[in-house]
Design a protein around this ligand. Structure first.
Ligand code: GLU
Length: 312
């Protein structure tokens, strides 16, 4: 893992997100990487205890929660599972259904947040935070400053929420859906937290250390499928080709990847490429996937003996 991390140390490409003003305060040089195994072991290198907001990485976990709480049919009536090929904040809907293409882009994630509010009311965010914390194995908290910054400047997301209501993809007031959405994006995590959250998905919804079940097994399967096809914005195809594991990135600079039944992997580095993915994160994941043979379709599986040793 250190080799994969070191391979990106001289990479200064990309820029810290500034469209949410508070995000621009991140230290551009921070860079951490962590691996948590389903056996409860943790490996890390670099800045793995620096907090940053989870942003779009939350979309995968919120979708998983919605599948459990509202049921797959209800969820399917509000949001699709098809890659959009568009930017994360694109104002596009599936022309056949008038629904967002998938839950990993903003429109789909706001529809999911609306669904959580519809079922859970004002406790929606608290329930979500509790489940995210169970997945991380520690108490996560809201970053108030980032939440306020997003709430004040998120005009594009406001427009999307109103279109969702017009399209009947949410059944609650747009402000209610947005409140859940902005809050879920503004949860502080570290690279260590994200690695454990990934390991919880890898471990069929149960945190490998605490043994608490954070997510429903069937919902995890469906979520990993959507992460695989849609998790890395409009880079998802390249990611599946080069890295080959389900993953989700966020504009805060985090990426979580899941090697099913084996590992949760995370990176944190806030400089983003034009598509919104962490530059060093993508580079480090590629290097790690090559070194360990992580790609789901890697027939040579060069890393399997290494991973097997990790999993003992
Ligand atoms: N809260 C961010 C937004 O809605 C999330 C974007 C992202 O991480 O892709 O713009």
């Amino acid at each position: 893992m250190r080799r994969a991390w070191e391979s990106q140390l001289d990479n200064h490409d990309g820029a810290v997100a500034d469209y949410i003003p508070e995000l621009f305060k991140a230290n551009p040089n921070c860079f951490g990487m962590a691996i948590a195994t389903v056996k409860g072991k943790l490996f890390s290198v670099g800045d793995v205890t620096v907090p940053f907001t989870i942003q779009s990485v939350s979309k995968a976990f919120a979708f998983c929660l919605a599948l459990e709480i509202a049921g797959p049919e209800m969820v399917a009536s509000r949001v699709g599972v098809e890659p959009s090929g568009e930017a994360f904040n694109a104002i596009v809907f599936d022309p056949e259904t008038n629904r967002p293409f998938n839950p990993m882009v903003n429109a789909g994630a706001i529809a999911v947040a609306g669904l959580l509010y519809e079922y859970l009311g004002d406790s929606a965010f608290d329930v979500l935070l509790e489940r995210f914390s169970m997945a991380a194995g520690c108490d996560l908290a809201l970053n108030e400053a980032v939440f306020r910054s997003e709430d004040e400047t998120g005009h594009r997301n406001r427009a999307i929420a109103h279109l969702l209501l017009a399209n009947e993809a949410i059944a609650v007031a747009p402000d209610k859906a947005l409140d859940v959405y902005f809050r879920q994006c503004s949860i502080d995590v570290t690279a260590l937290d994200l690695a454990w959250m990934g390991a919880t998905f890898a471990n069929m919804g149960t945190n490998p250390q605490t043994r608490h079940m954070a997510f429903d097994l069937a919902a995890v399967r469906s979520t990993l499928a959507v992460m695989f096809t849609c998790g890395m914005y409009d880079y998802a195809g390249h990611w599946a080709y080069d890295v080959g594991i389900p993953a989700k990135s966020g504009v805060g600079g985090g990426i979580v990847g899941v090697v099913n039944r084996q590992l949760g992997i995370s990176t944190y580095s806030p400089r983003l490429d034009a598509k919104g993915n962490s530059v060093r994160g993508v580079g480090a994941f590629k290097a790690l996937a090559d070194d360990f043979g992580l790609h789901a379709f890697d027939c040579t599986n060069v890393g399997s003996s290494f991973i097997t040793s990790l999993l003992r």
